[in-house]
Design a protein around this ligand. Structure first.
Ligand code: SAH
Ligand code: F3S
Length: 475
């Protein structure tokens, strides 16, 4: 009754939350296992950002619920965004779900599992499922509760994979650090303000302390996570000498010995000011890879989306960053088929997409999220049109990616060795531009920055050989 599998859908924030739940459960004596088939407790940590993501988790839960017939002690839980979004209504479709826990209550999961277990052991199973999607009073503390405790994390795992959060694995080299929860932007299409609640930031001291503790345990790369990191700390800290609280945080994390690389996701174009651009010039640990959500290249659609910037301003940020770091990598989020998007407006998105020359992009077909303003807008776009626009952008992206990778063949890249690859025969790591590399290495090199001569590339992966002399320093 103590084997838990956590299956994660959606974004890095969800991966981070799953890791935190895994760590708390491990501290209570549960084993986190890699197989969803061979477990006593299955927790689905869900995503609501598009309907397809919700349907996937609902389908999974419906399938798994059958297991209860021959494994009566089995516990099935739904956590995170879809739990928050739909709450007890999920039980209409999925009556066998034992536990529904929203985004502000992850820290309650161990206690709720104990309640279920204790009741069953006593022969009086709970009459109803546990549903907790309340807000947590003192949201700062909720976030603080998500920090892995020192002892738990000491045996913790895993840069490895959303699907297997917390499964015993090689030492953790790269870690997600939550700096903020929620979002107040109210983009017209977005369910996140509902599922994740109001924007609130963790204290800078806590974040720095967590990064320092991670570095002491061998973590070399941190990715700072929030829905809108450029707004980090805006209510809690003042600008100093024109430097925003977010950039102050980057400076503090940069000063930590042992942290060699810093990434973050996601900034908002509105908050991407000169101080952040300049940070790329003076903080060498800051990786030259920026995920900058564009959503649309049409000013009219951006206004309808309630995204307060223009295509011109967006491109200005891209150019400013390329001026500071000419080899900067860019990725973005785009929504195609927002209500009312005309061919001409899509063409503007295509044109800006091409001009920005992205190395990576997440292109989404607009999905109606009930309760958001865009769901009420007329002129919904037919699916075939969304599909065609989607294919156009993905085609461009593939060309870009191939082109960028081709320029890397023959060069030497700094790679952070993360561990064995999927086959277990080779090793994997990423460049500063976040390209995945596969190569032969020695396990001693896990956690080290090495120089890799790239000799081959596919669309998404680089293959190379270690260059044994001249291994670069952190910077
Ligand atoms: N600020 C967050 C956004 C979370 S949602 C972040 O970047 O971390 C992630 C992406 O999903 C958004 O940037 C948007 O491109 C896409 N998205 C959100 N709502 C959507 C919807 N209703 N339909 C399609 N895509 C959507
Ligand atoms: Fe969603 Fe816009 Fe915030 S995309 S998470 S409302 S910045």
């Amino acid at each position: 009754m103590n084997r838990v599998h956590i299956k994660t859908y959606g974004c890095q924030m969800n991966e981070r939350d799953s890791e935190a739940v895994a760590a708390m459960l491990r501290a209570r004596g549960y084993r986190i296992v890699a197989s969803e088939h061979d477990c006593d407790v299955l927790l689905l940590n869900t995503c609501s950002v598009r309907d397809a993501a919700e349907q996937k988790a609902i389908g999974k839960a419906a399938n798994i619920a059958h297991r209860k017939r021959h494994q009566p002690d089995f516990v099935l839980g739904i956590l995170g965004c879809m739990a928050q979004n739909r709450g007890a209504e999920l039980l209409d479709k999925l009556p066998d779900v034992d536990l529904i826990v929203g985004t502000q209550k992850f820290h309650q999961v161990p206690e709720y599992l104990e309640n279920i277990r204790a009741a069953r052991a006593a022969g009086v199973p709970l009459a109803t499922s546990i549903v907790d999607i309340a807000e947590e009073a003192g949201s700062q503390n909720t976030i603080r509760d998500h920090v892995l405790s020192q002892d738990v994390a000491a045996e913790s795992n895993a840069a490895g994979g959303a699907e297997n959060a917390g499964v015993d694995a090689p030492p953790q080299i790269s870690a997600f650090v939550s700096i903020q929860q929620g979002c107040n932007m109210d983009c017209a299409f977005c369910i996140v303000p509902k599922t994740r609640g109001d924007e609130r930031s963790r204290p800078m001291e806590d974040i720095v302390a967590e990064c320092r503790a991670l570095a002491e345990r061998g973590v070399r790369e941190v990715t700072l996570l929030g829905q809108i990191v450029t707004s980090y700390g805006r209510r809690d800290y003042a600008h100093t000498d024109g430097i925003s609280p977010f950039v102050q945080l980057l400076e503090r994390v940069s000063a930590i010995d042992g942290i060699d690389r810093i990434r973050f996701t996601s900034p908002h174009p509105r908050g991407f000011k000169q101080d952040l651009v300049d940070a790329y010039g003076r903080l060498p640990k800051l990786c030259g890879y920026v995920h900058l959500p564009m959503q649309s290249g049409s000013d009219r659609i951006l206004r309808a989306m309630n995204r307060p910037y223009t295509r011109e301003r967006y491109f200005e940020i891209v150019e400013a960053l390329r001026a500071v770091r000419p080899d900067m990598y860019f990725s973005t989020d785009i929504i195609v088929g927002f209500p009312g998007e005309t061919d001409e407006e899509f063409e503007q998105t295509r044109e800006l997409f091409e001009r920005c020359n992205y190395d990576m992009a997440y292109v989404f077909k607009y999905s109606i999220r009930s309760g958001t303003p865009a769901a009420e807008m007329g002129d919904q776009i037919p699916d075939e049109v969304k599909e065609a626009r989607n294919a156009t952008l993905l085609g461009l992206l593939q060309q870009n990616s191939v082109r960028r990778n081709a320029t890397l063949v023959g060069t030497v890249e700094e790679v952070l060795v993360e561990g064995p690859d999927k086959t277990g025969r080779k090793f994997t790591g990423r460049t500063r531009g976040n390209r995945v590399c596969i190569f032969d290495a020695n396990p001693r090199l896990i956690g080290q920055l090495v120089s890799l001569k790239i000799d081959r590339a596919s669309v998404s992966t680089l293959y190379g050989e270690l260059v044994l002399s001249g291994v670069p320093d952190a910077a």
